[in-house]
Design a protein around this ligand. Structure first.
Ligand code: R1P
Length: 267
């Protein structure tokens, strides 16, 4: 039984509000945009309706630069997509339920496919700014779970092998990698990057892992795509900043936008 304040009830209420605002009874797929991904999303398709997250129950509008805080309803070759322009991060201080409310709402609105994007630091030798990386697995280093109070969930194939194969077919040459999700908001130290490389991480960021866990627990098929927007601390000799993250996303949009569109259309 759910109470009005519980996460499932809030997601249901937000999904109902989305249905009213968009006039669309059921969406098929959700695309969550990470830092710097907005220019790519503009190439996915024109929005029929754009709703402010602030107008929907349970949403805490994102505060990170480049996260607009709106949700578009877009028709992509007959597939109905929700495109979330921005996400709430753990470091914004609103807790795990706020972080995963977007994907829970999307699943409640009918989405069986959850596509997550993020900006990430490249850890693996040979990576370059502008590389897209299909997330094959993750290391959750937030020490949190969206499933506290719930049940055990198998994560063996958290990142859908089917969707990963589709992405590799759509974008030959794009490699796969393991995403390490840290709480932030500080960037990692060079020593932490050496540790992350040792434990098998290829890219690092401050999002995605909790959303992926929540989405799979709700029965959705999950896919995640990182864009290497900087080389991780200690690898380039340059200090890290969020502006270069946004700029790298914009520079890659002509490659990443069509990839997202194909994934939505064919997922
Ligand atoms: C750092 O520049 C910010 O960009 C990434 C990091 O996680 C961090 O929030 O954001 P997304 O993961 O939302 O792309």
């Amino acid at each position: 039984m759910s109470s009005p304040g519980d996460p499932a009830a809030l997601a249901d209420a937000a999904a109902a509000a989305l249905r009213t605002a968009t006039g669309v009874e059921r969406h098929d797929v959700v695309l969550v945009l990470g830092s710097g991904w907005r220019p790519a999303a503009d190439l996915v398709g024109a929005a029929d309706v754009e709703v402010a997250m602030a107008d929907l129950p349970g949403f805490v509008p994102p505060t990170a630069a480049g996260h607009a805080g709106t949700i578009r309803s877009v028709d992509v070759d007959g597939r109905r997509a929700l495109v979330m322009l921005g996400r709430t991060h753990l470091y914004e201080g609103h807790g795990v339920d706020a972080v995963v409310h977007g994907v829970r709402t999307a699943v409640a609105a009918g989405c069986r496919t959850v596509l997550l994007t993020n900006a990430a630091g490249g850890i693996r030798e040979g990576m370059a700014v502008g590389d897209a990386v299909i997330v094959s697995d993750h290391v959750n280093m937030t020490a949190r779970s969206p499933l506290v109070g719930a049940r055990f969930v198998d994560l063996t194939t958290l990142y859908s092998p089917r969707l990963r194969a589709l992405a590799r077919a759509v974008a030959p040459g794009v490699t796969e990698g393991v995403y390490a999700g840290l709480p932030g908001p500080h960037f990692e130290t060079p020593a932490e990057i050496r540790m992350l490389r040792t434990i098998g991480a290829d890219v690092v960021g401050m999002s995605t892992v909790l959303e992926a866990i929540a989405a799979t627990a709700e029965g959705a098929e999950v896919f995640a795509l990182s864009l290497v927007t900087n080389l991780a601390a200690g690898m380039s000799g340059q200090p890290l900043d969020h502006e270069e993250v946004l700029a790298a996303g914009a520079a890659a949009a002509l490659r990443t936008g069509p990839l997202l569109r194909e994934l939505i259309a064919r997922s």
